[in-house]
Design a protein around this ligand. Structure first.
Ligand SMILES: Nc1nc2c(c(=O)[nH]1)N[C@H]1C(S)=C(S)[C@@H](COP(=O)(O)O)O[C@H]1N2
Ligand SMILES: [Mo]
Length: 200
């Protein structure tokens, strides 16, 4: 029989270093990082638009978004302020589900949020199951301070790319640096390459 002591010991084992990018430490909290105050957007006033270089622009109401197929994923997230949180559980809509019917044809994605925040990504970083519009965290509705009712989730890049309170997805032919990207953060933000700031 396994003793409680060895269980406790193994439970406190250091996290698998192959899952922690260079310069990061593992946290068990969920820190809140916002550039400004939390906007409170009611779901009946909430919409998400898919616009720009698309065949069919679309605006989803909350009910229309909820009617799309949901996915639940467990992913590791990495903030440029050096915390990493392993095995976070999210439910949302894959960006593939929004971008395929729109017929997106540009190279870049520019995201705008209800607080005025913007960020930018290559389109290829949000297709093929790499990004979601997440509305639940740990099986609970996403809290407003973490981006509820819905946020972008792009776990393979630093977490500033995961725009909270997401409002529109604009497909573009040219790259448009967002809020942090014009203020010194790296344009791409790969945590495994430590792309924190301009020139990294
Ligand atoms: N709309 C919006 N999204 C945002 C931000 C913000 O200020 N506004 N901050 C970004 C930054 S810098 C980080 S690290 C994460 C933090 O998400 P959290 O507060 O849920 O931990 O959200 C990102 N998304
Ligand atoms: Mo951040």
């Amino acid at each position: 029989m396994e003793s409680p002591i060895s269980r406790g010991f193994f439970g406190k084992r250091r996290p698998d270093p192959s899952r922690v990018p260079p310069g990061q430490y593992v946290t068990h909290d969920f820190p809140v990082l916002s550039a400004g105050p939390t906007p409170h957007v009611e779901t009946d006033a909430w919409t998400l638009s898919v616009v720009g270089e698309v065949d069919e622009p679309a605006t989803y109401s909350w009910q229309e978004l909820q009617a799309l197929p949901h996915e639940t994923v467990t992913v590791d997230i990495h903030c440029v302020t050096k915390w990493t949180k392993l095995d976070t559980l999210w439910t949302g809509i894959s960006l593939d589900t929004l971008l395929e019917p729109a017929g997106a044809s540009g190279e870049f994605l520019s995201i705008s949020s209800y607080d005025g925040y913007t960020t930018n990504l290559p389109l290829e970083d949000v297709v093929d199951g790499k990004a979601w519009i997440a509305f639940a965290y740990d099986d609970e509705p996403l809290e407003a301070e973490h981006g509820g009712p819905a946020r972008l989730l792009v776990p393979h890049l630093y977490f500033w790319k995961s725009a909270k309170w997401v409002r529109s997805l604009e497909i573009r032919n040219d790259d448009e640096p967002g809020f942090w990207e014009v203020n010194g953060y790296h344009n791409y933000g790969d945590p495994w390459k430590e792309q924190r700031y301009w020139g990294d």
